[in-house]
Design a protein around this ligand. Structure first.
Ligand code: EPZ
Length: 426
């Protein structure tokens, strides 16, 4: 069933203090599905078929974006089929790009496939600035002209892009994805140095190889792409969502219960599991099932968000929530985004004790949390607020949940299946 924006509630009333126990099946990864869906734009009169695509607001937006460019997309029961005809537009809709920053992932495919892309500037978001300079510098090196006009980025190239040696100042996930995709249709060989190594890059590279691309080194800091003239139809499956898995494992422990996540390899988030063990969580890892069990009062630990395989920034708000009741003083340093600590005030409104200095949060563990009325500032902060509500004594109202529905499929039934008591709040 298609998830329409207006379908899911904006506010939840959470009756906190219930232990979460049980097993959930992990959804397909939002941050893999989005670039993989965009990679279909590299095709010409061919079809990309995908399994395990999660039903999320952001997936809906990407589907609409591809349809607005001329693709035909069917999406039913986690199965997506994308037919891209010979003629497509290179003009991305401002309304859709403004709605979802990740729309910038069409820049590489459209520039390579159409020789042109018009991308409205996606603007910042509340994580801080979200520039695209790495993407544009690399496309320029590959022969594209880049200009800014009337609030849009316009890339253009006569004929095909040229393979080039590209190096990023920072291992940007989006820039690695855009350039890897663009390089598949370039003339010659492209080397990407200081590439992002996130597992979602490998899922995308696997899909591109199935489409006929020649890519090596994905998942390491150097990726080599030998360009080709045309790619062909392919079928692939979206990898499981490591951030969703982490969110539920942490929620279980925060409520002094035990949650098992099924259908995911623990190697996708070992940095987080190590820190959970550090804090005193009992972990049971068996093949692709991981259980995190509360056995003793949590101890303080410290994290610094880093590119993969370091601690993922997308798990930072959830892990900070998990630390609010850990004995002693914990430290959370956000090194990827310059404004990803705006959930702290709402944490403190629920009885937590968090102080922030220069993008570093100092969390003094408290014995209990209490309910409050709080907001979801963004996708991961919203998930963290729900976790806080589940662990707090009393009732919590979390509003602005449209952010959460961007990345968490079936969150309400999944939490209820674990014993959470929550209801839609009008
Ligand atoms: C991806 O965003 C994810 N989004 C983000 O997840 C995730 O937090 C981020 O990677 C880091 O892991 C998707 O995959 C759709 P980046 P992306 O380019 O690609 C700077 C979520 O919650 N930078 O790796 O935009 C940038 O400002 C979302 O699911 C430049 O300076 O992230 C940031 O500080 C949130 N210039 C850092 O690099 C550039 O040209 C990391 O950004 C590009 C990036």
């Amino acid at each position: 069933m298609e998830v329409k924006d207006e379908m899911l509630p904006d506010k939840l009333l959470i009756h906190g203090g219930r232990k979460l126990n049980g097993t959930i099946d992990v959804q397909g990864a939002k941050n893999s599905a989005l670039p993989v869906i965009a990679s279909a734009l590299l095709l010409c009169d061919e079809t990309l078929t995908l399994g395990a695509v999660p039903h999320l607001y952001d997936i809906n937006t990407m589907k609409q974006l591809l349809e607005s460019l001329g693709a035909q997309v069917s999406f039913e029961n986690h199965h997506m089929k994308i037919y891209v005809p010979e003629k497509i537009s290179y003009n991305a809709s401002v309304e859709l790009v403004r709605k979802m920053r990740a729309s910038s992932i069409v820049l590489g495919p459209l520039t390579a496939r159409c020789g042109k892309c018009l991308l409205p500037l996606p603007g910042g978001c509340d994580l801080g600035d979200r520039p695209l300079d790495f993407h544009l510098k690399a496309l320029t090196k590959m022969g594209a002209e880049v200009e800014l006009s009337h609030g849009s980025i316009i890339t253009s190239v006569n004929g095909r892009l040229k393979g080039a040696d590209v190096r990023f100042d920072f291992p940007s996930v989006g820039a690695t994805q855009n350039i890897m995709m663009a390089a598949t249709l370039a003339e010659g060989t492209t080397y990407i140095d200081n590439a992002a190594k996130e597992p979602e890059i490998v899922n995308l590279a696997d899909t591109l190889r199935l489409m006929g691309a020649d890519i090596k080194g994905d998942g390491t800091e150097t990726i080599r792409v030998i360009g080709t003239e045309k790619l062909h139809s392919a079928k692939n499956t979206i990898m499981p969502d490591r951030i969703e898995a982490i969110t539920y494992l942490l929620a279980g422990v925060m409520t002094e219960g035990a949650v098992c996540v099924r259908g995911i390899d623990s190697n996708l988030f070992s940095a987080v599991l190590d820190k959970m063990a550090d804090a005193g969580v009992c972990l049971d890892i068996f093949k692709n099932e991981i259980t995190a069990k509360y056995v003793t009062p949590l101890k303080n630990t410290s994290i610094k968000t880093m590119p993969f395989p370091g601690f993922p920034t997308d798990a930072q708000p959830q892990f900070m929530a998990f630390l609010t009741k850990a004995q002693g003083i914990s430290i959370v340093e956000e090194s990827i985004f310059n404004n990803r600590l705006n959930h702290v005030d709402d944490f403190n409104a629920m009885g937590a004790d968090v102080r922030v200095t220069d993008n570093i949060a100092y969390i003094t563990g408290v014995s209990s949390l209490h309910g409050a009325s709080v907001h979801s500032f963004n996708l991961r902060a919203g998930a963290a607020m729900i976790m806080m509500g589940l662990a707090a004594h009393g009732d919590t109202i979390v509003s602005d949940l449209k952010h959460v529905w961007r990345g968490y499929e079936n969150l309400i039934p999944k939490l209820r299946s674990l014993g959470a008591e929550l209801e839609i709040y009008e």
